[in-house]
Design a protein around this ligand. Sequence first.
Ligand code: COA
Length: 150
Amino acid sequence: MVPFRAEWLPACRDVLAGLPEWFAPSAVEGYAADLTRFPSWVACVHGEPPALGCVTVSAPQAAAFEVHLLAVARERHRQGVGSLLLAVAERWARHCKARYLHVKTAGAGQPGAHFERTRAFYLARGFTPLFESDRLWGPDNPALVLVKAL
Ligand SMILES: CC(C)(COP(=O)(O)OP(=O)(O)OC[C@H]1O[C@@H](n2cnc3c(N)ncnc32)[C@H](O)[C@@H]1OP(=O)(O)O)[C@@H](O)C(=O)NCCC(=O)NCCS
């Protein structure tokens, strides 16, 4: 895991662009920009591209940080990379004295099996579903908020 630096931007963009079911092509640039705005880390081998995955943590509240972005390259899924990235995010949040880490993802009301896998990941990593709302991302896009006490 290395802290994100600007040189990692193309490699992280590649990870996001390779996951269009989760990150719509029109949203990739925005997410890539967020890597530069918020504390972010990159998973890689020997400190060099390609990126295996990346994570970004924001702090909407001092005691409740958010996993703003988490993505693992498709060919690396289910090899523990996401767990390692999440562990870095949790360590950072704890270091900053946050008490909770939360994340928004697509709720069960949305079609498609891919977000089911995302929810399974967060449940396996100790997150608890808090509520689902169609007011966060709009009625066509119900969002599930999950939270973990640190
Ligand atoms: C969700 C994501 C970050 C998980 O990363 P990962 O590296 O594949 O996950 P890990 O290998 O660390 O998995 C840890 C545990 O989560 C659960 N899990 C992960 N993927 C799963 C899947 N597809 N189905 C069921 N459970 C799953 C398992 O319990 C797994 O442990 P195990 O493999 O020992 O059974 C990754 O799949 C990804 O980038 N998905 C696309 C983008 C995304 O969903 N981002 C989050 C948006 S909020």
